[in-house]
Every structure is written in structure tokens, then in C-alpha cells.
Design a protein around this ligand. Structure first.
Ligand code: IMP
Length: 207
């Protein structure tokens, strides 16, 4: 049986590779939206779920295929949840990861260690078509603290200043110092994806 195609509303190659492997057993072939010449829509939602839905609906409407999209960001308690849905453009519309991270450290200057709690959040959605009235939605978070100076070269975004609340007491590695397989097993995105796959398996096998 030929695999059904699902458009991925993201240009991220890492996400495409990971999703392709995970969705193969469900006979779903993941195709990035760039293959259809689709530009991402403006992320005007105020929540991660709203933005993931915006991206998935846009891709589903333009391709007439089922669509997958995710949206994620960092929520810092001492900043009332900022940068949140603005994480990718915290320091400006086309800001680099370094500029966003530098702005975060300035915003947290003087905040004592015990009040630097934060979490990454991720929402992933799957739409059977653009007007799907019952999208599959999975959300997950990853708790940690923001340290005062960056460490490590792995990961991306805010990873060099995010120390996850480790299972091993006393471990103080930033996400940028963790092997990527370890990050994927624990991260907000990894956990949200696992939850979505469970829901998707039920939907695909049940229909
Ligand atoms: P998006 O999910 O690709 O829209 O990413 C949103 C932004 O949130 C990224 O550009 C990063 O600034 C931040 N972010 C989301 N997930 C992570 C992560 O796993 N590590 C570091 N930064 C992240």
C-alpha cells in the first residue's frame, strides 16, 4: 500500500528526519512545505497551540493534504512567561539565537539563582485537512533554570543557558552540553511528539 502524504509546516531538516522515521510504521510519508513552495504564515497567535494550528492550517489549505506543525518557546517565570511565543524573535524580527540569548541575560540581570526558573514548551498538531474540526494536539514542557553565562556548543536557541531540572541530583549541564540523543529523549519536543504519535496511531489504526 502506498504511504499517505503529510505536509510538514516547518523548514527544519532535523524535524523532517525525525518525523519521517517515526511516522513510517503508520504508512505516512512526511513532505516539507518547502517542496510546495509554501512560505510560513505570520505567527500571530498568542499561544503555542494557536500558532501551531495557524501553520498546519495554512499548509493543509495550500496542499490539500494532512498537515503537521509544531510551535515552541521558552517561558521564564521572572519575566511573566516571556519570551514565550516570541522566543524566536525576542530581540527583533530576524534576530539571531545569540542576540535573543543576550537579551534574555540582560533581562534577568540581578535576578537571584532561586528565581531563575523557566521551561521550554512545545505544541504539536495534526490536521487531516484544513477544516478538520478535531485537530490532534499534543503539548509538553521541560523545566529548568536560566544560568548567568552561556556554556556548550550543541542544540540551538537558548540551550547554552538552560540547565534542565535533572533526574540526577547535582547535574548542572546546559542543554547545549548534552548529547542530542539525550536532549531528544527528555525535551519538550520529544515528549510532545511521543504523545502526538500515540494519538495519531489510535486515529490511523482506528479509522
Ligand atoms: P519554533 O518552534 O521553531 O518556532 O522555535 C521557537 C523558538 O523557541 C526558537 O527559535 C528558540 O528560540 C526557542 N526554542 C524552542 N525550542 C528550543 C530548544 O529546544 N532549544 C532552544 N531554544 C528553543
Amino acid at each position: 500500500m502506498a504511504a499517505a502524504r503529510v505536509v510538514l509546516a516547518s523548514g527544519n531538516r532535523g524535524k523532517l528526519r525525525e518525523l519521517t522515521e517515526l511516522l513510517e510504521p503508520l504508512q505516512l510519508e512526511v513532505v516539507p512545505q518547502s517542496q510546495f513552495g509554501i512560505e510560513p504564515p505570520a505567527e500571530t497567535g498568542t499561544t503555542f497551540v494557536a500558532n501551531a494550528l495557524l501553520k498546519a492550517r495554512n499548509a493543509a489549505a495550500l496542499t490539500k493534504l494532512a498537515a503537521l506543525a509544531d510551535d515552541s518557546g521558552l517561558e521564564v517565570d521572572a519575566l511573566g512567561g516571556l519570551p514565550g511565543v516570541h522566543s524566536a524573535r525576542y530581540a527583533g524580527e530576524h534576530a539571531t539565537d545569540e542576540a535573543n540569548l543576550a537579551k534574555l541575560l540582560v533581562a534577568l540581570a540581578g535576578v537571584e539563582a532561586g528565581r531563575r526558573t523557566a521551561r521550554y514548551r512545545c505544541a504539536i498538531v495534526y490536521l487531516r485537512h484544513a477544516e478538520d474540526p478535531a485537530p490532534l494536539i499534543a503539548e509538553a514542557s521541560w523545566d529548568g533554570v536560566i544560568i548567568t553565562s552561556p556554556r556548550g556548543t550543541g542544540g540551538f536557541g537558548y540551550d547554552p543557558v538552560f540547565v534542565p531540572r535533572g533526574e540526577q541530583q547535582g547535574e548542572r549541564l546546559t542543554v547545549a552540553e548534552l548529547p542530542s540523543a539525550r536532549k531528544n529523549a527528555m525535551s519538550h519536543r520529544g515528549k510532545a511528539l511521543a504523545a502526538l504519535l500515540t494519538a495519531l496511531t489510535t486515529q490511523v489504526r482506528g479509522s
